[in-house]
Design a protein around this ligand. Sequence first.
Ligand SMILES: Nc1nc2c(ncn2[C@@H]2O[C@H](COP(=O)(O)OP(=O)(O)OP(=O)(O)O)[C@@H](O)[C@H]2O)c(=O)[nH]1
Length: 186
Amino acid sequence: DRERRRESLPAALLNASGGQGKTSLAHQFVEGEFLEGYDPTVENTYSKIVTLGKDEFHLHLVDTAGQDEYSILPYSFIIGVHGYVLVYSVTSLHSFQVIESLYQKLHEGHGKTRLPVVLVGNKADLSPYREVQADEGKKLAESWGATFMESSARENQLTQGIFTKVIQEIARVENSYGQERRCQLM
Ligand SMILES: Nc1nc2c(ncn2[C@@H]2O[C@H](COP(=O)(O)OP(=O)(O)OP(=O)(O)O)[C@@H](O)[C@H]2O)c(=O)[nH]1
């Protein structure tokens, strides 16, 4: 019978600028409710304790300002960050293209090592306006060796699943949690 693990996990949430839903996902995850209004993010942080089996993870999320393909990634998005939730909207092909270029920058910033990433196609509830098929998201995530999910920030269960997944991805990529190690997610 092994000991209960307790670990602090810093992570980051990123997406293209223009409201693909990353703040709404973070808010649904932590507060359990959907945000209707759009207020462009400067930078927010969120914390939540997630219990997976016997283990307890203190997830620290940085909700970053939206990026575009010309943005230079701040160093703080790389250093000390152990996992990423990359969000595009299934209603915006452009946001999907920006996410692809964001991933390349993160990958280079981390010295091209394998990254714990969950790629999220958000706003899946708006299917009449869909511009990106689930297949395309799945293929892109596979090419990175990452996990793919579609979601809606209106749906609590789906949203919780994203953040559970990113913790599992960190574990999968790094292959052991370790008692002392700190992980950071964006
Ligand atoms: N229908 C629907 N609307 C959503 C969903 N997620 C977010 N929205 C709406 O989309 C708008 C933008 O959402 P935000 O969460 O602020 O977007 P963001 O990605 O944080 O945007 P930035 O601050 O520019 O980075 C808001 O009006 C939300 O209510 C979703 O899954 N479904």
